[in-house]
Design a protein around this ligand. Structure first.
Ligand code: DGY
Length: 328
């Protein structure tokens, strides 16, 4: 591979950086701050690079790509890539990699953590105790909703949706899913989930969990119209992307009682501004986009992103490429 400079937009886990640093032809430039580079800083840093390792926080759009004429590969350390203008990359025959599979279970585990926390008011309880409000056991103190035996509706039934469904078996739940591209019969037996139209899921599920990518078709899929169809008192979990939910409509549903609670790992925007009305609500659990954040998953994601990068720099096909048409 010719001498190649790679910009990495944050200090990714050490195994991934070690792979890159182990190549003498690769010059690695790592953004050192906890906060991401601004769009202008990113554009400036990538200008003379052959490779870019990006994260979900980095806007990689057509002007940025145009400002980096030597770029040969973009490797995203995430499974989602809605921050990247894929059409612009593809038009330039620039391969874009991602990290599918290795974060499936970590993300499914976390969707369950949010579901359980929202249903059983775990975070509210913690706040209550720390504030010194806990004076005695009381029959109606912080009562929540039962999870076992309830119905779970999965919106999106790819790897992560299926992993969430498999976990629901242990809770004896009735699991149904909606999938934009239709039923996935081969995954039904392993997960015990069955297909249902979106409106049926909305109307009949006690818990709804979102597992769709953010696209033009899924932006605000969960809007006021959808939320008006939701079973009164249901709980919504979002580990997909904040933009899938219309947040104003979500706030209205959480205050009217249409939704009993929500568990959110993702918001729109991220981070939420401190004056967001959602932060005033007791019945929302909000995490800072950490569903894939197990040590193991993040290490594998970094390694995979580095492997994609090195393959691209060598001129080989990326092991995980989201625009394989660039090879056609
Ligand atoms: C992803 O991979 O798309 C997550 O949102 C970050 O891990």
């Amino acid at each position: 591979m010719p001498n190649s400079k790679v910009f990495v937009t944050r200090a990714i886990p050490a195994d991934g950086l070690a792979l890159l640093n182990g190549q003498s032809e690769v010059e690695v430039d790592v953004w050192p701050d906890m906060l991401p580079p601004t769009y202008e800083e990113l554009t400036q840093r990538v200008r003379d690079c052959a490779g870019l390792i990006s994260l979900v926080t980095d806007r990689v759009d057509a002007p940025l790509l145009a400002a980096a004429p030597n770029l040969r590969v973009v490797s995203q350390m995430a499974v989602g890539f809605d921050n990247i203008d894929l059409a612009a990359a593809t038009a330039r025959r620039l391969p874009v990699g991602n990290t599918p599979g290795v974060l499936t279970d970590a993300t499914a585990d976390f969707a369950w953590a949010l579901l359980m926390a929202a249903a059983r008011r775990v975070v509210e309880g913690d706040r209550f105790v720390r504030a010194g409000h806990w004076k005695a056991w009381h029959p109606t103190l912080l009562v929540g909703l039962e999870v076992h035996g309830a119905s779970l509706g999965l919106i999106g039934f790819g790897r992560i949706g299926q992993a969430v469904a498999r976990r629901a078996r242990g809770f004896d739940m009735r699991v149904r899913y909606y999938n934009g591209s239709g039923p996935v019969p081969e995954a039904e037996a392993a997960s015990g989930a069955t297909y249902a139209p979106l409106d049926t899921l909305l109307a009949e599920s006690d818990f709804l969990s979102l597992h769709v990518p953010l696209t033009l078709a899924t932006r605000h899929l969960i809007n006021a119209t959808a939320l008006a169809k939701v079973k009164r008192g249901a709980i919504l979990v979002n580990t997909a992307r904040g933009g899938v939910v219309d947040q104003a409509a979500l706030h209205a549903a959480l205050t009217s009682g249409r939704l009993a609670a929500a568990g959110l790992d993702v918001t729109d925007p991220e981070p939420l501004p401190m004056n967001s009305p959602l932060l005033q609500l007791e019945n929302v659990v909000i995490a800072p986009h950490i569903a894939s954040g197990s040590l193991q998953a993040r290490t594998r994601m970094a390694t995979m992103a580095a492997e994609n990068m090195l393959a691209g720099l060598r001129g080989d096909r990326l092991p995980y490429c989201v625009n394989p048409e660039v090879y056609g």
